[in-house]
Design a protein around this ligand. Structure first.
Ligand code: NAD
Ligand code: DAU
Length: 365
């Protein structure tokens, strides 16, 4: 199979789980905008992180809206998942509890979605593989599992390769690693057509303000404190959201069955530098930054080697300068979106996560 003959052609029907979240909704918006006849069914539980407003731009476009179906439901519910998987040519699983800090406060939902949910999706695909073997459909859906660089654990030096040991260190990353192992087992044991991506730290429009960049941008707009964990010298590799979504689509179309692909941003920066950059763009002072108690088990650095994905034919398009400028501009222009997200349960979460930390904070020099 070459780039000219994709495993999943354009114009087919995709099931996108978690498609109302940050990266999933970008994927849906970008794929439907190609106007190539692709139909998408989004399955999303609409947890605190899911937001139908992330898909709202599509509803203003009749041609795109006609190719989108939204189903509210849980990937861990076989009665919901089975009929949806039976209709499609591929399943992309973005659905997850995605915030490390919340996994430290309360891990259970991470395991339910990240392990049981993945198992339910795989079982539905296994049934479709049996139907294909019985001649009831042409082929089983391809399954793409969206995973993360966090499965490698903290990488003190060098760059992780796809064959490296998985050494997750938080409940979030342990659930993601467990999900990956299940997917791999269904490839080996049942011969399902699966691929996996391990993306790095993603940022951009529509990201929930619990995460570093949108939290600090929106707090800074309101002149609120910016809670920097520990010395702020932890390093992350920043990947713009449309590049992450594009790489996932590229792997869906062209990835080798059973293969895992790292998706690095190739823009490694310490947190302090990221914060300096966004404050500079907002013309806000460093004095807003407070040094707070560190995240327990905080991974110091993530960094991946992207040669396998590069050899497949993908390269990112958006550098950090362009991406952070576009992101800050988007949050400045979309206050109604993030003020709505920072309402309801937000204050209770913020108090639990940051109340004592900020009370005991010191100046961040
Ligand atoms: P997000 O939290 O913004 O969105 C997750 C979506 O999944 C939400 O819409 C939520 O409602 C939905 N969801 C959660 N549990 C569900 C369930 N049981 N059934 C159906 N829907 C459910 O997350 P994100 O940042 O867009 O991340 C998407 C995926 O990418 C996740 O699998 C995450 O692990 C992975 N990832 C994220 C990053 C990042 O930096 N954000 C980097 C690498 C990988
Ligand atoms: O690396 C990929 C991962 O990136 C994804 O798998 C996760 O879903 C995604 O949430 C993200 O995880 P991180 O923990 O790296 O992202 P977060 O935005 O929570 O934190 C980024 C860095 O900033 C990290 O070193 C912790 C630090 N931080 C974060 C917050 C929210 C702070 O210093 N203060 C904060 O308030």
């Amino acid at each position: 199979m070459t780039a000219a003959t994709p495993h999943v052609p354009a114009g087919t029907h995709l099931l996108v789980t978690g498609g109302a979240g940050f990266i999933g909704s970008c994927y849906v918006r970008d794929v439907l905008a190609r106007r190539d006849g692709t139909r998408i069914t989004v399955l999303d539980k609409l947890t605190y992180a899911g937001n139908e407003a992330n898909l709202a731009p599509l509803l203003a476009d009749a041609e795109q809206a006609a190719r989108l179906v939204f189903v509210r439901g849980d990937i861990a519910d076989p009665a919901v998942v089975g009929p949806l998987v039976a209709e499609v040519d591929a399943v992309l699983n973005f659905a997850a509890e995605s915030h490390v800090d919340r996994s430290i406060l309360d891990p259970e939902a991470f395991l339910r979605t990240g392990v049981i949910g993945v198992h339910v999706l795989l079982e539905a695909i296994r049934r479709e593989a049996a139907r294909a073997a019985a001649g009831e459909r042409a082929r089983a859906p391809r399954f793409l599992q969206v995973s993360t660089d966090e499965v490698y654990g903290s990488v003190e030096s060098g760059h992780s390769l796809e064959g490296d040991r998985l050494e997750p260190r938080s409940p979030y990353s342990a659930a993601k690693a467990a999900g990956e192992l299940l997917v791999q087992s269904y490839f080996v044991t049942y011969g399902l057509d699966v691929v996996m991506t391990r993306g790095s730290n993603t940022y951009g429009p529509y990201q929930h303000p619990e995460k570093l960049i949108p939290l600090f941008v929106t707090n800074a707009i309101d002149d609120l404190a910016l809670p920097l964990y520990g010395d702020g010298m932890q390093r992350r590799d920043w990947l713009y959201v449309s590049d992450h979504a594009g790489a996932i689509d590229f792997v869906l179309r062209h990835g080798e069955p059973g293969a895992v692909y790292n998706v690095p941003g190739s823009q490694e920066l310490p947190n302090r530098t990221v914060v300096e950059r966004l404050l500079g763009q907002l013309e806000k002072p460093w004095s807003l930054v407070r040094r707070v108690e560190d995240r327990p088990g905080h991974d110091r650095r993530y960094a991946m080697n992207g040669d396998r994905l590069g050899a497949l034919g993908w390269s990112n398009r958006v550098g950090f300068d362009e991406g952070i400028a576009a992101t800050v501009d988007w949050f400045l222009a979309n206050e109604a979106w993030w003020r709505a997200v920072k309402s309801g349960d937000w204050d209770a979460y913020y108090g639990r996560q940051y109340g004592a930390r900020l009370a005991g904070s010191t100046e961040a020099l």
